[in-house]
Ligand binder design. Structure first.
Ligand SMILES: *[C@@H]1O[C@H](CO)[C@@H](O)[C@H](O)[C@H]1NC(C)=O
Ligand SMILES: *[C@@H]1O[C@H](CO)[C@@H](O)[C@H](O)[C@H]1NC(C)=O
Length: 329
């Protein structure tokens, strides 16, 4: 809530003393997020994008304080980027082969016996949130997040796996590194390669690189993956409850998603057919009568609730149940 009040405070400042205080807020924000720009042109462009974000955040949070929204926005590290840039550089999920897989589904759905709340973080199945940077590698983080959970269930140890391994080595499976990839083809690579390295032995580099997979660094493997029935949130709920964290996809195109700070994300205009970003569903629950999914993102811990988002459940919001996949060892 601190940031929320800080933003309201800025609103007062900005309205009363337009330019000098705005400069101060801008200066503080740049220091906080370690921003340095190459030249004046770039700095002016970033400042303009940031001011647009600022006005959106102020207006949205004002409305939230009046009860119009169930979530707040904040000036995170993405605030100096345009909506188009974020969608182009960060949302690298490819989905065009979605329909080939629809029969391979999870069948043990039994609505009655499902727990009302699940949070796999409390059982140690979820590794720390990472920041994919300006690389469309969300598909690699999402798929490895699901595999980490299954590995932990089998071995008792949570070992972060290497998205970089997938970025660099799964091109022949159909992925394109920082230019995007598929959750399914991430698992295809791990199956074909008979393993994937740990994050520790093959650290993340925020860019494409040469394949350096080493069997000595191998920390995960799977033999199959399963695609849940499209749009079926009950099946997703059953899978999350019974299996563990599930790789999924959302429409992450809206500025309100980019600048999400906290609360229950519920934007009815978030089109479920336009999924473009891979994430990890690590649980679900109900908050003040509203059902939500607990979702891990890969945009660092400055984004959202320490890197997570709570997304309204049982309306297939942003298409959360349209491409859900989990591996089995
Ligand atoms: C300013 O920096 C941007 C981003 O680094 C770069 O694309 C652009 O060419 C630079 N412009 C000039 C005039 O140096
Ligand atoms: C899925 O199953 C149905 C009925 O069993 C079948 O008609 C259809 O061809 C299958 N689709 C795929 C992609 O295998």
């Amino acid at each position: 809530m601190n940031i929320f009040f800080a933003v309201v405070f800025w609103a007062v400042l900005v309205l009363c003393h337009p330019s000098s205080d705005l400069n101060k807020v801008w200066g503080k924000w740049k220091i906080q997020h370690d921003k340095n720009y190459d030249n004046q042109t770039e700095a002016a462009f970033r400042r303009a994008a940031w001011e647009k974000s600022l006005h959106l955040v102020l207006r949205h949070n004002q409305e939230a304080s009046e009860g119009t929204h169930s979530f707040t926005l904040g000036l995170n590290h993405l605030a100096d980027m345009t909506t188009e840039e974020i969608n182009e550089k960060l949302n690298g999920l490819k989905v065009d082969e979605l329909f080939h897989f629809r029969n391979d589904t999870f069948k043990e759905v039994s609505g009655s016996s499902l727990p009302r709340q699940v949070d796999w973080r409390t059982s140690g199945l979820v590794s720390p949130v990472q920041d994919q940077g300006l690389c469309g590698s969300c598909w690699a983080f999402s798929s490895m997040g699901a595999l980490e959970g299954q590995m932990k269930k089998q071995t008792g140890v949570l070992v972060p796996l290497s998205p970089q391994n997938l970025v660099d080595c799964s091109t022949s499976d159909g992925n394109e590194g920082c230019r995007g990839g598929y959750i399914s083809k991430a698992f295809s690579y791990v199956i074909r390669n008979r393993g994937v390295d740990s994050e520790r032995s093959y650290p993340y580099e925020h860019q494409d690189g040469r394949c350096r997979y080493s069997v000595r660094g191998r920390a995960g493997a799977c033999s199959r993956f399963h695609i849940l029935p499209q749009g079926d949130e009950k099946a997703l709920q059953a899978a999350v409850a019974a299996v563990g964290p599930v790789a999924a996809a959302v429409n992450a195109m809206l500025p309100s998603f980019h600048l999400y700070r906290g609360g229950l994300y519920n934007v009815p205009s978030c089109n479920p057919m336009l999924i473009n970003h891979a994430v990890l569903v690590v649980g679900y629950g109900t908050d003040r009568g509203q059902d939500y999914w607990l979702v891990k993102n890969s945009w660092g811990t400055d984004w959202g609730e320490d890197g997570f988002i709570r997304l309204a459940r049982n309306k297939n919001l942003c298409g959360i149940a349209n491409l859900a996949i989990y591996p089995t060892l």
